[in-house]
Design a protein around this ligand. Structure first.
Ligand code: ZN
Length: 197
C-alpha cells in the first residue's frame, strides 16, 4: 500500500502495546503529516533514549543513570525495599506516591510453565541488599505466579531476620462488594483489620 520505509514503520509501531495494525497506521499517518513537529523530534528522542538507557545495577530499574535516580536519592529510606515484578509496577507505585523507600525489580515472576526459574530473575541481587534492618515489601501482582514468587522470596530470606510484608489484597477504594470477584472478596476477608486502624 505504501513505500517499504512506511510499511516498516507501521509494522514496528503495531508491535507496541495498545496499538494494533489499524491504530499503528493512523499514528504513522499523523507522524508523516507532521514531519517537522512530530516525526523529526520523535526520531531524535528515540535515538537519544536508546543511547542513554541503562539498567540500574542496584535495583534493576530502567533509567538513564546507574545507580538510578531512586537509588541515588538520599532522602529515600534505603532500608525499605519494595519488590516489584517489572518497571511498570515501579512506575505505578511512584505515581501513587505509595512508598518513600526504594525498589527491587525482579524482571518477571517464577513460572514453571514458561520455564522461568529463580536464575532467570534478579533474585541474587535482592539477597545481597538485605541487612538486619531491612524491611521488604513484596508488591507482587495478585496472580498465582506473583504469589508463588512472593513465597519463594520469603523462603529464600527466612533465616536472614529480614522483616517481610506484602501488599494487602482487598476492596478497592470506592469499590462495592456486590461488584467484586470472589477471589478479591475472600482475600479482603482474610486481610481484615481491627476497626482501630
Ligand atoms: Zn536503582
Amino acid at each position: 500500500m505504501s513505500g517499504s520505509e512506511i510499511e516498516a514503520l507501521i509494522k514496528i509501531m503495531s508491535r507496541l502495546p495498545g496499538l494494533g495494525p489499524r491504530s499503528a497506521r493512523r499514528a504513522v499517518l499523523q507522524l508523516m503529516r507532521k514531519r517537522e513537529h512530530l516525526l523529526g523530534p520523535l526520531a531524535e528522542a528515540l535515538i537519544a533514549a536508546r543511547d542513554a538507557i541503562v539498567t540500574c545495577g542496584t535495583c534493576g530499574n530502567i533509567d538513564t543513570s546507574d545507580p538510578c535516580v531512586i537509588c541515588a536519592d538520599p532522602r529515600r529510606d534505603h532500608q525499605v525495599i519494595c519488590v516489584v515484578e517489572d518497571v511498570g509496577d515501579l512506575w505505578a507505585l511512584e505515581r501513587a506516591v505509595a512508598t518513600r523507600g526504594v525498589y527491587h525489580v525482579l524482571g518477571g515472576t517464577l513460572s514453571a510453565l514458561d520455564g522461568v526459574g529463580p536464575d532467570s530473575l534478579n533474585l541474587s541481587g535482592l539477597a545481597g541488599r538485605c541487612g538486619p534492618d531491612t524491611e521488604l515489601v513484596l508488591a507482587m501482582n495478585a496472580t498465582v505466579e506473583g504469589q508463588s514468587t512472593a513465597h519463594f522470596i520469603m523462603d529464600m530470606l527466612s533465616n536472614r531476620g529480614v522483616k517481610i510484608s506484602r501488599l494487602a489484597h482487598g476492596v478497592p477504594v470506592g469499590g462495592e462488594l456486590d461488584y467484586l470477584d470472589d477471589g478479591t472478596l475472600a482475600a479482603a476477608m482474610r486481610a481484615r483489620l481491627p476497626m482501630s486502624e
